[in-house]
Design a binder for this molecule. Structure first.
Ligand SMILES: [Zn+2]
Length: 490
């Protein structure tokens, strides 16, 4: 778990400046950006955001979603920010993952001090309940201080060091005791680039780099007209600003339920699907634990280290006195892969599609200094076994087949898991049956159900039980077939 405490006082200290004579670039930037006069700022624009961790294969860019409107309200005095996006999906979803939607989608994301939360989409009544989002605190808080005005304020408040090279000045400092920030300021005092690193359970200290360009006069403030932010090397946000307003009212109060929120404890529940075959649920992402003659095979260690360790512990509790020798990754999307480093730390061989080999080699060795996990200290080497379109694991008795879904736009490396003797199929993302049988799928989910159904037919799998890795129940091919044939497909 991350610690957020260190960021708490951050919003409060930025008003005290400690400018030394050598920090000319910072001074120029502070003057150019009117930092001493700006307490709040509104930035509006449009462009795109991207579904980080949801690329079609592990070597491609994040899938793009159009952002029709983008409004940021920042209060640098209170260390709070509100970002509102209206996203728009075209006729076809981009290849790759991300929560499916059609038409328009409004997102409202807030941060204040140690608290982050979202406001639900849809009509915004006074009674709309805030959704606590504690994991988003570092990214949003650093986003506030990575804005050009915010960066200069934070640099002045945090004893930044400066280094001049090639007519540009690199300004570096640390916030909250562990978050490095580094920015480039040009001779005109324009912030061109800000680099910071946040913890990500798979890729570790993840670079978030924001590039600002096209400075122009917005009602008396020289401000960039474009920002492009990358996460882990690929664009995550690309906004062209149409307006910047100085000192609008920005009063962001942390809702009571956000203040009081305690994350629920990690819970792994199990359901026996057949002798030695367990469906591990209890969270947002499910797993399988399968007993072999002298070892255990686990399918998916999702979310994060806490979830993954609980899943591995549950597998060993259900199947005692056997080591976990293989952990199969269904696909590389970050929500399902979130605990992969725990699987490596367990000493298991990671079974994955061949397209993930280079990515997992990096993941196993990537620095994890912001929030060190167990693999960061054990430094266990990656053991990997790759699979092409089809693969199998067997102890001579039980057989576990792995098949790559074809014609599946959600991801190119999806391995479904099929136990031919038990007629059980494990599958993430392709088909999540609605909580109540008989309810129609939302339209963007129908093509995925169809792809799964087509693949089951292509492979002639005799499936009796489908164990989806999301949702609240197992299902059948009959229900899948019905969903796949839904007229919403187009
Ligand atoms: Zn996925």
């Amino acid at each position: 778990m991350r610690s957020y405490i260190a960021l708490a006082a951050f919003g409060l200290v930025v008003t005290t400046s400690s400018l030394s004579a050598q920090q000319n670039a910072l001074q120029t930037a502070a003057t150019a950006l009117r930092v001493s006069q700006i307490k709040t700022l509104q930035m509006t624009g449009s462009g795109a955001n991207f579904s980080v961790g949801q690329n079609y294969t592990s070597t491609e860019a994040w899938p793009r979603v159009t952002v029709k409107s983008f409004t940021t309200l920042a209060n640098y005095d209170t260390g709070s920010m509100r970002v509102e996006l209206v996203r728009e999906m075209g006729a076809t979803m981009p290849k790759g993952g991300g929560a499916p939607f059609f038409g328009e989608q409004r997102q409202i994301m807030l941060v204040s001090g140690n608290y982050a939360w979202n406001m639900p989409a849809g009509p915004q009544g006074a009674n709309a309940m805030a959704q606590p989002a504690p994991d988003a605190v570092p990214e949003r808080m650093l986003g506030l201080w990575a804005s050009p005005v915010g960066f200069v304020k934070a640099a002045m408040a945090n004893n930044a060091t400066t280094k001049v090279a090639g007519g540009k000045t690199t300004v570096a400092f640390t916030v909250g005791g562990k978050y490095k920030m580094e920015g480039t300021i040009n001779a005109q005092g324009q912030v061109e680039k800000v680099r910071t690193w946040i913890d990500q359970s798979i890729v570790g200290d993840m670079l978030v780099e924001t590039t600002y360009s096209g400075y122009k006069d917005f009602g008396g403030l020289m401000h960039p007209s474009r920002m492009v932010q990358t996460q882990d090397g690929y664009p995550a946000l690309d906004i062209t600003f149409s307006g910047v307003m100085i000192n609008p009212p920005v009063d962001i109060q942390v809702p009571q339920n956000v203040r009081a929120f305690q994350p629920p404890p990690v819970r792994v529940e199990s359901q026996k699907l057949a002798d030695g075959v367990y469906y591990l649920t209890g969270g947002t992402h499910h797993s399988l634990a399968i007993e072999m003659a002298d070892h255990i095979v686990v399918v998916d260690t999702p979310n994060n280290e806490a979830r993954a360790e609980a899943v591995l512990a549950k597998a060993k509790e259900l199947i005692p006195n056997k080591p976990i020798r293989f952990v199969v990754t269904s696909h590389h999307h970050w929500d399902h892969l979130g605990g992969i480093r725990s699987a490596i730390n367990e000493g298991a061989t990671i079974v994955t599609h061949q397209s993930n080999k280079a990515f997992l080699e990096r993941v196993a060795k990537t620095p994890h200094t912001i929030a060190p996990d167990h693999l960061a200290s054990s430094k266990k080497p990656l053991k990997i076994q790759t699979v092409g379109d089809d693969g199998r694991l067997t102890d001579g008795k039980r057989v576990i087949e792995l098949h790559r879904l074809q014609g599946y736009d959600h991801t190119g490396d999806m391995l479904i898991v099929y136990l031919p003797a038990e007629k059980i199929l494990g599958e993430p993302d392709a088909f999540t049956p609605p909580a109540q049988a008989g309810t129609a799928l939302i339209p963007p989910a129908v093509p995925s159900a169809k792809a799964l159904n087509d693949n089951i037919k292509r492979l002639k799998l005799d499936v009796q039980t489908i164990a989806p890795f999301h949702g609240n129940r197992t299902t059948t091919v009959a229900e899948l077939e019905k969903a796949a044939a839904s007229p919403a497909t187009n």
